[in-house]
Every structure is written in C-alpha cells, then in structure tokens.
Design a protein around this ligand. Structure first.
Ligand SMILES: *Cc1c(COP(=O)(O)O)cnc(C)c1O
Length: 374
C-alpha cells in the first residue's frame, strides 16, 4: 500500500500546479471571470461585449509582442493542433521544411506531409534533448519550427534563416509565447494557444501574421485549392479583422486570457515575463546541477527552456513514485512527456508560476528524495 510521505508545510510551494499545459491559472483571472457575469458570459459573440473582448485580446497581443507595422493578430477555434491543419491548407504553397526536435515539431511535419495537395515535406530532425534549426533548401516555400519544444524542454531563438528568399517562416509559439523573448519580425507566422503562458484554457489558436503571410493566405484562397471553411486562414483573417470567429468561441477562455494579458502588461510586458521565467529556470537548473541524482535533459545550456524544464533522474530515484508522493502533497503535473518514456520530471515555469514556488518545489523534492533513498 502507498503510504504518502508528508512534506512539511514550510517547504511546500504556495501553489502546487507545475503543469506544462494546461498551466496554472491565477486567482485574479478567476475574479475576472466572475466579473464577466452577467454582461459578457452567456451573451452573444456577435454583439459588442464579446467583440470588444476579442478586440482587447488582439490589441493587447499586438502591444505585448510589439508587432511590426502591417502585422495582424488573428484567431480561430481549435487550438494549435487545428492550426497545423489550417497551415497545411492555407499557408504552404507546395513544400514545407520542418525542423523537428520533439513530439510537437513532428506532429506539424506529419500534417503537411500527409496533405495530398502538397509535396512530401523535408524534415530535419534531432534527438530529443537536442535541437535542429531550419536551413535554406531549394523548392521550399515554408520553413516551420517550434520556438519551444514542450515535450523535451528545449528552446531555440526565433531567427529567420539566411538565404530563404521570400519563403515564409512559421513558428510554433504555443508554449513559448508570453514566456520567452520574441522579435516578432523574425516570423511571418507566430502561432500559439492560450493554455500555457497565457494561463487560460485550450481550444483557440492565435497567430501574429506578416504582410507576406497575408498575401500568401489570400493568394492560396483565390487559387481554387479546396480548403474546408473551418481550416481557412482567409476566413479567419476576415473574421478576426472584425473581432469575430467563424463559429462560437469559448468566451470564458478569452476572459481568462485578457486578465492574464492585463497582468503581464501592467508588470512591464515581455521584460517582466522573461525575467520571471528566467528566475524560475535558473533555480531549477542550478538545483539539478548540484544534485548527484538529477541532471538537465537538454545538454546545451543555451537550449534549456526557461518555461519547461525537463530533469532526468538517476535510476534509484523513481520518477513515478516521486510524483505520486508530490501529488499526495498537492504538487501536481510534473510528469515527463508520456511518449518519451524516460525517468524524468518536467516542470512548467510559465509566468503565472511564482519563481519562489519553483524554489519551494526543489526543496520539496529534496525532502522526498532524502527519505525515498534510505
Ligand atoms: C501544447 C502544444 C501544442 C498543442 O496545443 P493544442 O492547443 O493542445 O493543440 C502544440 N505545440 C506546442 C509546442 C505545444 O506546447
């Protein structure tokens, strides 16, 4: 029978949610949800209150990312996974190149490779825990890579590869957006979902799109290619411009997201969030380095994500038993990515997570490991 070890209250984090997605939601966001009753929640998304909410989120995202002139913020239903299919229909002209160094990068590569109207994608891969970047190649019109690979905890910088001509750069910012530094002009399309750094719920995608991406979307839409309406980025663009979505959005998700953006912008925007996430990351990685039974999974320090840390454990420290004890103490979701199947923990350090709580988590783990190893 499992006998939980009780971690002393003074060691425990104030909030025990360290999931890599969905992530911790702050209490103030729930207050915003309560305040949205009855004037926003339960009202028509075709009327001003919800349209204004969508407009607020779009304009706060432009401010947060300091988007260059001509860029637009669009949204649609279905989350980042749906965006991959939408991109296969609406962004890739003939052939994409993907840099894939984990599950999420691979999934997008699979989506464009399977699309019957496209040539098989060129896929550059790297072992989990390392990274690979896109590189100029003949015949490629779209270069795609993740900013942060959530499955492994590896991040790269978003920089347009040299010598790619007028090809588009399409970057998955699902776990990076709102927690890592971004120079928006390096990506023609930077897409993400609200359930990670934006501490909201899943089911919607957002994208910052450049004038070149808008031109591509409109050209493909006019070309006669069959595009399901729910996956048409041209339709999403038209609707987004008037703060609408093709079909009903999750209004509560948008309320939670606006509240998180308000908090981020009031704190100082991108500098504020990146300071918080790098504080958290520093304490996790320094801790792992100083423990004989723990080590960062990503070997190259500059690629160690500051929003999702994967820590490998020595065999004698069983991750699943450790997590069982943590969960019994209210510390949840430090699970490794299921398909990696390694003896690891993975810690979500999105901006909503207090860096002090991340330190408390490491102290709580120390407390358990001392007892589990004797
Ligand atoms: C979570 C995640 C996704 C999937 O997002 P959904 O909104 O659940 O489809 C895609 N890419 C990355 C990098 C992610 O972290």
């Amino acid at each position: 029978m499992f006998e939980p070890i009780t971690i002393p209250a003074n060691l425990l984090p104030t909030d025990g949610r360290f999931g890599s997605g969905p992530s911790k939601v702050r209490g103030e966001q729930l207050d915003a949800l309560v305040a949205a009753q009855p004037l926003v929640l339960g009202t028509s998304h075709r009327q001003a209150p919800v349209k204004d909410l969508v407009g607020d989120v779009r304009s706060m995202l432009s401010t947060f990312f300091n988007v260059p002139d001509g860029y637009e913020v669009i949204l649609g239903n279905g989350g980042s996974t749906m965006f991959w299919d939408a991109a296969a229909f609406s962004l890739v002209e003939r052939k994409a190149q993907h840099a894939a160094f984990g599950e999420f990068g691979q999934k997008f590569a699979k989506a464009t490779t399977a699309a019957p109207h496209l040539e098989a994608s060129s896929v550059r891969t790297a072992e989990p825990g390392t990274v690979v970047l896109p590189e100029a190649e003949d015949g490629i019109d779209t270069y795609a890579w993740p900013h942060n690979e959530t499955s492994t905890g590896a991040m790269v910088q978003v920089v347009r590869p040299p010598a790619i001509g007028d090809a588009l750069t399409v970057v998955d910012g699902t776990s990076a957006a709102g927690g890592l530094f971004l120079e928006a002009r390096q990506a023609d399309v930077y897409y993400f979902a609200p359930q990670k750094s934006f501490a909201s719920d899943g089911g919607i995608w957002f994208a910052l799109i450049s004038p070149a991406a808008i031109e591509r979307i409109e050209r493909i839409a006019a070309s006669g290619r069959y595009i399901p309406e729910s996956l048409s980025l041209a339709t999403a663009l038209t609707n987004s411009r008037v703060n609408q979505t093709l079909n009903t959005p999750a209004v509560a998700t948008l309320v939670l997201m606006r509240a998180q953006l308000e908090w981020m912008l009031a704190g100082g925007g991108m500098d504020f969030v990146t300071y918080r996430t790098s504080q958290s990351a520093r304490s996790v990685y320094e801790w792992a380095e100083s423990r004989a039974w723990a080590e960062a999974f990503v070997t190259e320090p500059s690629n160690r994500s500051t929003v999702v840390a994967t820590i490998g454990l020595a065999d004698k420290v069983d991750s699943s038993l450790l997590r069982q004890h943590l969960r019994a103490n209210g510390v949840v979701d430090v699970d490794p990515y299921r398909k990696l199947g390694r003896n690891q923990i993975r810690i979500g350090m999105y901006p909503a997570v207090d860096p002090e709580d991340v330190s408390a988590l490491t102290r709580s783990i120390d407390y358990l490991v001392e007892r589990l190893l004797t």
